[in-house]
Design a protein around this ligand. Structure first.
Ligand SMILES: [Zn+2]
Length: 407
């Protein structure tokens, strides 16, 4: 009897494994069939004369980064917004000038990427261009400006970045700037939301058909943008605050406002936004220690020596790797998608990984792991049509809607 019971359990387990393998292969097939778009990564930060985005780097090595154009193809990722990122610095004429030069230097590097690797990728500025590139088997690279700081005090510079191919601007980053208040600025009084200059910038972006990215900005700024924007907006990399209480995430009320606006929230798979680490975790302690040492030198924004900055950045990366086992999982990330879908439906959610900018989960730390998200969604009952929306359909609709209000 005992033997028979054992046998029965054994075949049950085998059966479950078979079903699991079946879902996995179905997920892979769907994932590679869909047009897939990631609306936020910081891979341009990694690109240098010594690190070529057109060469395959072995996954899992510290120097490999999360993705390159070759691995993106392996991971079935057709399109990605490469962020032109400029960290917030002093809001002075010299600071603004330096930010402007930095943004243009990153764009120059991206121009060189498009020229050197035209066999692997192409510049996409519209959904149609993105789809065409994907059909040709090339990665479609869209550009987004992460932080409006390089605009300085000039609305005209919006036109400049549009001409250079930028299709969204994240108004602010981790600290307040001249356009908008940041969600992570430490302050003891209510913030000013969207500034007058910010309003003009949003209006100009609407005129040009650029998408306003509401990730990183404060709740007040978020509300202000929704009031003035003539087009649907995008949170290019944010999660649900009801699931993980972090100021970078959106509340249910904000989600509902986003739905009303016709916009989209693109799930960010960065650990702290998915599930904050326990206060006593090794990672938290290591983070605190690193932060203390940066603070002792006046904080990130006041670091001047590029060698010191690079050293701290390397330490930060190493820390993420060392404590990867403490990171949340794909299941935790998909809990956010479930929640968002429950609150505002399937038409307003997508994915913006923040790869190479801190994004990555315990079981999804490389672009080649992305099909695992599709697999988990499939397990939870999402259909292929739903997956098509999550993996790009919704974000492309917002890009198209922004283009329609252009004048
Ligand atoms: Zn960011």
């Amino acid at each position: 009897m005992r033997f028979l019971a054992l046998l029965a359990t054994f075949s049950l387990v085998l059966g479950a494994q078979e079903a699991s393998a079946e879902i996995r292969s179905k997920a892979l097939a769907i994932h590679h069939r869909l047009f897939t778009l990631d609306t936020h990564c910081d891979t341009p930060m990694r690109m240098s004369d010594r690190w070529d985005v057109g060469v395959r780097h072995e996954p899992g090595k510290r120097t490999s980064g999360t993705q390159d154009l070759v691995r993106m193809k392996e991971g079935g990722l057709d399109a990605s917004f490469f962020a032109v990122f400029v960290g917030q610095g002093p809001r002075t004429e010299t600071g603004n000038q330096a930010a402007w030069e930095k943004a243009n230097a990153v764009l120059d590097r991206l121009d060189r990427m498009f020229a050197q690797h035209s066999d692997l990728c192409g510049r996409a500025t519209t959904p149609a261009e993105g789809k065409r590139l994907a059909q040709a088997g090339k990665r479609a690279i869209f550009l987004g400006l992460e932080n409006g700081y390089p605009l300085g005090t000039s609305v005209e510079r919006v036109d400049h970045f549009f001409r250079r191919g930028v299709r969204y601007i994240t108004l602010a980053h981790t600290a307040d700037n001249d356009l908008a208040a940041s969600s992570t600025e430490e302050r003891d009084r209510p913030d000013g939301g969207l500034t007058d200059l910010g309003r003009k910038v949003v209006a100009r972006m609407n005129d040009l058909g650029m998408v306003v990215d509401v990730s990183h900005i404060s709740d007040q700024a978020f509300a202000d943008v929704l009031k003035v924007s003539r087009a649907p907006v995008m949170a290019s990399h944010s999660c649900a605050r009801a699931i993980a209480d972090h100021p970078r995430n959106l509340t249910d009320d904000q989600l509902r406002a986003l739905k009303k606006n016709g916009g989209v929230i693109q799930l960010c798979i960065l650990g702290d936004y998915i599930k904050p680490p326990a206060a006593d975790s090794g990672r938290r302690k290591a983070e605190r220690d690193l932060r203390r040492r940066v603070q002792a030198l006046g904080g990130w924004q006041n670091l001047k020596d590029p060698k010191v900055i690079a050293g701290f950045e390397r330490e930060w990366e190493a820390l993420i790797e060392d404590y990867r086992h403490e990171l949340p999982t794909v299941k935790d990330a998909v809990d956010h998608i479930d929640h968002i879908v429950k609150v505002i439906g399937i038409d307003h959610v997508g994915i913006g990984t923040d790869f190479d900018g801190g994004g990555g989960l315990r079981d999804c730390s490389d672009v080649t792991h992305l099909p695992r998200i599709t697999e988990e969604l499939l397990r939870r009952g999402y259909r292929e049509a739903d997956l098509a929306k999550i993996w790009g359909g919704n974000a492309l609709r917002v890009l198209e809607a922004a283009r329609r209000v252009a004048r």
